[in-house]
Design a protein around this ligand. Sequence first.
Ligand code: SF4
Ligand code: SF4
Length: 368
Amino acid sequence: MWKQRRRIAALAQGAVILALPFLEIGGESALRFDIPGGKLLFFGTTLWLSEFHLLLLGTLAVLLLVLAVTVVFGRVWCGWVCPQTVLPELSSWASCLLPASWRKTGGKAVLFLLSGAASLSVIAYFVPPSEAGAVLFRSRIAAGIFLVQWAVFFFMLALLGPTFCRTVCPYSMFQNLLFDERTLTVGFDRSRMEECPRCERCVSICPVKIDIREGAQRECIACAACIDACRAISDRQAIRPFIAYRGTIRRPKAALWGGAAAAAGLAFLLLLLQKPDVSLLVQWEAKIAGAPANSYRYTVRNDGGRPVALALRLDGEGTMYGEKEIQVGPRTRKTGKVIVRREENEGGSVTFVAEGQGLSLSGKAVFP
Ligand code: SF4
Ligand code: SF4
């Protein structure tokens, strides 16, 4: 039965979404946005907001993957993964454990708790795992965001429900542009229309309240509930269900979108793997008035899991004043300022070298 498979998929994706910010790789969350630090912790690596090319490529890979999945599998995201459909399904499943007269209220109560858990999991994607719960008691802003999100999620899930999927969801509008006649969809076998006993179960069970016998419809979220309902009837007559998933993944369009997503994903991973753990960037800041000297700002970025201690020096002529000893904690960056004075050979460029712990990094800047 598709229902069982959907529930397994729902539990698996719920566990992954809830666990990701709490799962630690090298002492940090597997996936978390560190807004004050200006970085994204991404499965043991660090993506800084200043690394536009990587962020852009990663976003492009995700977008292409979404497009490829939509072209091939249609609205499978909606029926199988999207919290808007998955959480109500889980709550109605849990409410089946209650006596029949309590199920409706019990289902809403479970949905209320699941909305709270979803809100907390969103918070956990923005604060360190050890502070995810405590921050709600320490920060009024975090507590406010948590409560507002909780209310919005509950409103969307319990009150809007499938109406959201049919009318508001932008992804649903956009999906329809990508469909073609071979995209995976749920369909009724119209050649067997006369055999159908018209039990109407496929209609009564449909969460978006459509009649799939009338043909493919934009509102269908490919949840397969009607297939299960139809199978319960057709099995009694030892015939195939009238409703089934239809479509094929073996076609040029699928290969094109899938290939583009794979290429972008691969390029992103290669760039990520080639990124050095520690890097030095030096920027010219200003000329010092009345002296043959310039000021510079340097940034040492440590994407590794261990602290780094470096000493900054000049490679070439000149004297350097300022913050020469650099201590950088794991997955952080340190900025500092130095002044370089040259009595002779004014003009050209200046090269800085940061050394220590077996590392030798260099950075160049102008000396106007
Ligand atoms: S028509 Fe079937 S697959 Fe589509 S939303 Fe309704 S029950 Fe789900
Ligand atoms: S559930 Fe199957 S048998 Fe019943 S009306 Fe729908 S298509 Fe016909």
